[in-house]
Design a protein around this ligand. Structure first.
Ligand code: B12
Ligand code: SF4
Length: 421
């Protein structure tokens, strides 16, 4: 019997301004022995590819703000050939399985490698009912059976996501999930627990990046790296493979940063940390990141970055539920502190800010739903970090005029910081 044909696609909004996606490359690599798989690459025309490739299954990935586009793409696939099995996976559908549009036969919840291979094996659409980790248009939700991180092959980015590693910078993961539970974050929807990839697998990914993609810089996209012992283990793994002179970029949380971890990052060859400062107000930090988070810790992070000669880039959130003008003012003060430190040569890096956004599956969604600013039939494209005009969580005590002034001030601070070399 002929092998089944699988086409994996992403909304153009995700790939137009960015590269081909790592997630689709990971899925395609996992199932490539079980079917004939092809990823729609940035710039390709979906209708043409469907007509020429003639897939049996089309799978789309989607973030929340791109969900309307994912639906439109699948409607086009259905028009071309209604017999094609149409599925969706990724952060949006995992966080809001109840939003599954009737154009889809199934939504895949959480990490999709194992579930996708079962969908490929299924002989008819009726068999989808028995697969764990999917939701169906009739509201059925089968509990997810996440695969162990150790059983994933190194994603073949050169085949399934060319362009995702331009200029020698390659992104990858050493772990999945996050040990923290910030109230605005989707992370726990996707993965209830934090799981480390085996160090050897991390070594394999880096080896592949160096040998095949000519990488000189590695970005660890993990939600957060927090264990110094593991960072040293990764360094040793690279040493044993004689991989040297790479630059590393990592995500860190001020809650777990300390001298030991900073030393381990330095030992690995890390040059840049990325973090969520989130706010300059102790009250808001405790509220959204939990007890233990405070401005002092964020300042310690800035000091450690300077001591270890790291660039430190971080983001802030404005317009959070219950955030007062005074809290926002404290955030402006923290931005001013960063600018001063940068001017005085005690900080390098930058910062930017987002509008507080109620992603489904988070406690911020529940708050926005109660306030009536979102509902289950919301226009999903409004749920975008950059959507400051239609803020959905801003406290009722703050006027539009005051909000506009805060936005302008924050923008001014971002450009002042960027102008300091
Ligand atoms: C890397 C990354 C990026 C990279 C992508 C580069 C690349 N080459 O892939 C870049 C920098 C481009 C990016 C950009 C943005 N990103 Co981003 N990004 C991530 C990040 C850190 C990792 C994504 C990833 O690759 N994960 C690893 C893979 C293996 O996991 P995965 O994506 O979840 O996919 C698995 C499952 O979801 C499932 N699956 C996914 N799709 C499908 C499809 C099918 C058919 C199946 C069966 C299964 C399946 O199986 C996959 C494999 O296990 C996530 C956070 C995170 N830790 O996941 C945020 C995240 C996805 N990004 C997010 C956002 C909002 C953005 C931006 C809008 C940010 C901005 N301010 O502009 C932009 C959007 C770009 C655009 N053009 O509009 C949000 C989405 C939130 C939401 N609910 O929508 C996340 C969750 C971060 C966050 N803190 O909220 N991003
Ligand atoms: S530390 Fe980052 S990834 Fe982890 S829960 Fe908080 S915001 Fe999410």
């Amino acid at each position: 019997m002929d092998q089944k044909r699988l086409l994996l696609i992403a909304p153009y909004a995700l790939t137009d301004t960015g590269p081909a996606l790592h997630s689709l490359a990971s899925l395609a690599t996992y199932v490539e022995d079980a079917c004939k798989v092809r990823v729609l690459l940035p710039g390709e025309d979906l209708a043409n590819v469907v007509k020429v490739f003639k897939p049996d299954i089309v799978g789309v990935t989607s973030y929340t703000h791109t969900y309307p586009e994912a639906i439109r793409m699948m409607e086009l696939v259905e028009q071309i050939d209604p017999r094609i099995i149409r599925i969706i996976g990724g952060v949006h559908i995992t966080s809001a399985p109840w939003s599954l549009d009737p154009v889809f036969h199934a939504g895949v919840l959480g990490d999709g490698e194992n579930v996708l291979s079962q969908i490929i094996k299924a002989s008819s659409m009726r068999d989808l009912d028995d697969i764990g980790g999917i939701c169906l248009p009739d509201g059925t939700m089968n509990p997810s059976e996440n695969i162990l991180a150790s059983s994933i092959p190194v994603p073949k980015l050169d085949i399934h996501a060319p362009g995702s590693y331009s200029k020698g910078i390659v992104g990858m993961f050493t772990s999945k999930g996050c040990p923290y539970d910030c109230s605005f974050c989707y992370s726990k929807n996707m993965r209830r627990e934090h799981v480390d990839h085996p160090v050897e697998f991390v070594g394999d990914q880096i080896q592949y990046a160096v040998d095949k993609l000519e990488a000189h810089s590695i970005m660890f996209w993990d939600d957060c790296i927090f264990d110094p012992r593991r960072v040293w283990d990764i360094s040793e793994e690279l040493e044993s493979r004689e991989i040297t002179d790479l630059k590393f970029y990592v995500n860190v949380a001020s809650l777990s940063m300390n001298r030991e971890l900073a030393e381990a990052f330095k030992g690995l060859g890390t040059v840049s940390w990325n973090t969520g400062f989130e706010s300059g107000s102790d009250r808001m930090l405790a509220k959204v990141k939990g007890r233990g988070a405070n401005v002092e810790r964020n300042k310690t992070l800035v000091e450690l970055a300077h001591e270890f000669d790291m660039s430190l880039n971080g983001s802030f959130i404005l317009g959070m539920p219950d955030e007062t003008l005074h809290d926002m003012d404290m955030t402006m003060k923290f931005m001013e502190y960063l600018i001063d430190e940068k001017r005085n040569g005690r900080h390098k890096g930058g910062f930017w800010w987002f509008t507080a956004t109620p992603f489904p599956g988070t406690s911020w969604w529940d708050i926005a739903e109660k306030r009536g600013t979102v509902s289950r039939d919301v226009n999903w494209s409004r749920l975008h970090f950059g959507n400051r005009e239609e803020h959905l969580l801003l406290d009722g005590s703050i006027s539009e005029n005051d909000w506009e002034k805060v936005c302008e001030k924050a923008d001014g601070h971002v450009s002042t910081s960027n102008s300091i070399i």
